[in-house]
Write a protein that binds this ligand. Structure first.
Ligand SMILES: CC(C)(COP(=O)(O)OP(=O)(O)OC[C@H]1O[C@@H](n2cnc3c(N)ncnc32)[C@H](O)[C@@H]1OP(=O)(O)O)[C@@H](O)C(=O)NCCC(=O)NCCS
Length: 139
């Protein structure tokens, strides 16, 4: 099931985070900041334990998304993105992805995103692609 993040999820989230983003993991403090700012749009996918999470802004900016490595390619990331898309009121979804993260680019392309532009040194030492998906206006 998908539900809102709760502070007791933090240890599981940090473990997923360390494996998903070893070069730029968010810290516990950053996750608490996200919880404070985006309490309705910081969501976790849980079965017996937390297997993935997504943080997004209601305007359509995907801040972060990660799935526990042994549970990838089972549709969890897609499910989290579908909930994000249903929640966002704006016309466009967008996300920054490391240019070396080809797997995530394929994932977002499969969901209908396309490469919009390159953001130089977005990750300090690595460029990012800005990927976006235009959708029907729902507001
Ligand atoms: C990107 C990520 C969230 C995808 O989650 P997931 O649960 O594995 O994704 P899904 O199972 O819903 O994948 C749906 C489809 O996307 C594509 N896809 C997903 N991961 C892919 C990969 N590594 N390489 C190529 N295509 C991929 C496939 O078409 C897949 O369908 P298939 O398995 O039937 O071939 C996950 O790989 C992850 O946590 N990566 C590390 C963190 C990250 O890069 N996050 C995104 C940047 S913000």
């Amino acid at each position: 099931m998908i539900r809102r993040f709760e502070p007791t999820d933090l240890n599981e989230i940090l473990q997923i985070e360390a494996q998903a983003f070893p070069k730029s993991s968010y810290t516990a403090e950053m996750f608490f900041d996200f919880y404070r700012c985006f309490s309705e749009t910081f969501l976790v996918f849980e079965e017996d334990r937390v297997l993935g999470y997504i943080i997004f802004e209601p305007s359509g900016h995907v801040i972060s998304l990660a799935v526990d490595p042994p549970h990838r390619r089972k549709g969890i990331g897609t499910h989290l993105m579908q909930v994000c898309e249903a929640h966002c009121k704006g016309d466009t979804l967008f996300v920054e992805v490391r240019i070396g993260n080809v797997g995530a680019q394929k994932f977002y392309e499969r969901l209908g995103f396309h490469l919009k532009s390159k953001i130089r040194l977005y990750y300090r030492t690595e460029d990012a692609y800005l990927m976006e998906k235009k959708g029907p206006r729902r507001d």
